[in-house]
Ligand binder design. Structure first.
Ligand code: AHG
Ligand code: MN
Ligand code: MN
Ligand code: MN
Length: 338
């Protein structure tokens, strides 16, 4: 059986009418940018890529987080790679306050690209897994100069979503609405090879992922749900649960796509102005589409993530995603409480 490259996979999807030629080429450009980010991440201490951006004073992004050099490098790689392709109208990123139109020097296309250029960036300096998350939306009809509000479309309208995991191997995981498929970067050939066709998340699980250090800040139903997981065999769930936390959503979601589990970043009282840590447009929505396309579920604890009408580019939401039955159980705890 010959190996199937990302290029061949996308051409076959185009023949089936699942993807337009423009979207296919756009996804190739994003994959190319991810290869460049993978090279930059892989240099580690041998390249000038570790540590904080902005010199001694550091630099704070629009999220209020200290930016790492690789946050900035990855953002620039994605912007540069996508500027001249002709498939995009505009880009929006975790690292930029406002969306950015394609420069006038280049033709504009019909899609909007949203990305978290480097996810889990606190893992960079300890040489642990990080990733890139992306989402593709259609530019609203008749809009020639897309602005921030043109991006505010529910996750259910995404035409593609994916992530690239920079771990022991580099993997691109992609959906165009016809299943979720995983590709491994063949570093010698320089191409992504299909290694995980039609990924499926087991509906049940005994593994959860949450940052337990925030426990005291959670609301009552989240406390009750996690307490029952921790109670194990002797509690109401009647079985032991294992816990894992990569501290990069890409790593946690990849584990869940591989062997099941539930990933939780709930609302907490630490900063009442923020309804959760994770961002709807470039973290929750693309991951929710990938997870649903693999037979899993994604909820805020009360509603389906993909149904949320966004109100701002950097909006945050609570996230419960992964194995379907477990996400439904967690959601039941929250709905019963209301
Ligand atoms: P980013 O590095 O893009 O800002 O995202 C970090 C996110 C996510 O990847 C991860 O699940 C979470 O932050 C980790 O949060 P803790 O610091 O609470 O572990
Ligand atoms: Mn960040
Ligand atoms: Mn992130
Ligand atoms: Mn990030």
């Amino acid at each position: 059986m010959p190996s199937i490259s990302l290029t061949r996979h996308l051409i076959e999807e185009q023949r089936l009418g699942h993807v337009t030629p423009d979207l296919r080429l756009l996804l190739e450009v994003v994959a190319r940018a991810c290869k460049r980010i993978s090279v930059a991440v892989g240099k580690g201490a041998l390249g000038d890529v570790l540590g904080e951006a902005g010199g001694a004073d550091g630099s704070i992004n629009i999220q209020g987080e200290a930016q790492k050099k690789l946050d900035v490098i990855s953002n620039e790689i994605l912007l540069e790679a996508n500027a001249w392709g002709g498939h995009l109208a505009a880009c929006a990123s975790e690292e930029m306050e406002h969306s950015q139109q394609i420069p006038d020097a280049f033709p504009r296309g019909n899609y909007l690209l949203v990305f978290d250029p480097l996810d889990g960036s606190s893992n960079i300096d300890i040489n642990a897994s990080v990733g890139t998350i992306f989402s593709v939306l259609r530019c609203p009809e008749g809009v020639s100069a897309a602005e921030d509000h043109d991006f505010l479309q529910a996750g259910s309208t995404q035409v593609a979503a994916g992530y690239c995991l920079y771990g022991p191997s580099t993997m691109l995981v992609l959906t165009i609405g016809h299943g979720t498929h995983g590709f491994t970067l063949d570093r010698e050939q320089g191409s992504f090879v299909l290694t995980g066709p039609h990924m499926r998340i087991p509906e049940q699980t005994r593994e959860f992922a949450i940052n337990m250090s925030n426990q005291r800040h959670w609301e009552a139903p989240t406390q009750a749900y996690v307490a029952d997981l921790l109670a194990g065999k002797d509690g109401p769930r009647g079985q032991d649960f294992n816990m894992r936390w990569v501290a990069a959503m890409v790593g946690d979601v990849h584990r869940i796509l591989t062997r099941g589990g539930i990933f939780i970043y709930p609302w907490d009282r630490k900063d009442p102005a923020k309804p959760g840590k994770l961002r709807l447009m470039y973290e929750a929505n693309p991951m929710a589409m990938l997870v649903e396309q693999a037979g899993g579920a994604a909820s805020t604890g009360r509603e389906r993530i993909l149904d949320i009408p966004p109100t701002s580019l950097h909006q945050r939401v609570p996230v419960f995603l992964g194995s379907k039955e477990e996400v439904e159980t967690a959601t039941r705890y929250h709905r019963q409480h209301d």
